[in-house]
Design a protein around this ligand. Sequence first.
Ligand code: HEM
Ligand code: HEM
Length: 148
Amino acid sequence: MERSAFPAPIRLSARSRLTISVVGVGLWASGGLWLIFHFYLRSPGPWGPEPHALEPWWLRLHGLFAFASLWLIGLLSGLHIARAWASRRRRWSGSLLLAWLLALTVTGYLLLYAGDDGAWGLLSPGHWIAGLALPVIYVAHRLISRRR
Ligand code: HEM
Ligand code: HEM
């Protein structure tokens, strides 16, 4: 394999790690807030409980962070994943994390465009249960011990 005289490090800079944290926390928190407002904070209306006024705003915020996450995955593909893969370390946890993000992206896309002909009942909990679990996989990838 061709090797550069100055190979870029696999380790991410503090700034890249901060960007991952901001986008990750934003994605998770906006999704979590939507869940809390959707399931626990309905407003009373003349014909029964109605969605809280803030509920659609959490989804709009979530969409914003979802766009940012796609940009970040693209950035990491070049900055981290390609080189990390070649080093043969943390392949399992890294691949699982990437696959999880792709599954969230696909189910997120389908939530937007698949329509509501029954699929929503499976897609929605599938997406948010996987979303709630995302930090566990991220933390596992970060903490897993290096194999010598
Ligand atoms: C197949 C995919 C991936 C592989 C093979 C992989 C591999 C690795 C390796 C080998 C390290 C240790 C770097 C070192 O300490 O020298 C690492 C750290 C890390 N990875 Fe991944 N990774 C993958 C995907 C991802 C993804 C998708 C993310 C983020 C969304 C990510 C975020 C991180 C972070 C934040 C660290 C800690 C960096 C540091 O301490 O400097 N990785 N990864
Ligand atoms: C790569 C990561 C992710 C992407 C690309 C993504 C994308 C999306 C998209 C496009 C929607 C549909 C928005 C709409 O209907 O207006 C959505 C909905 C949602 N997402 Fe995510 N999301 C991601 C991660 C997460 C995470 C980490 C959580 C954590 C809780 C989460 C929770 C939710 C919830 C609760 C909804 C609303 C479900 C519904 O409308 O039935 N998502 N997401």
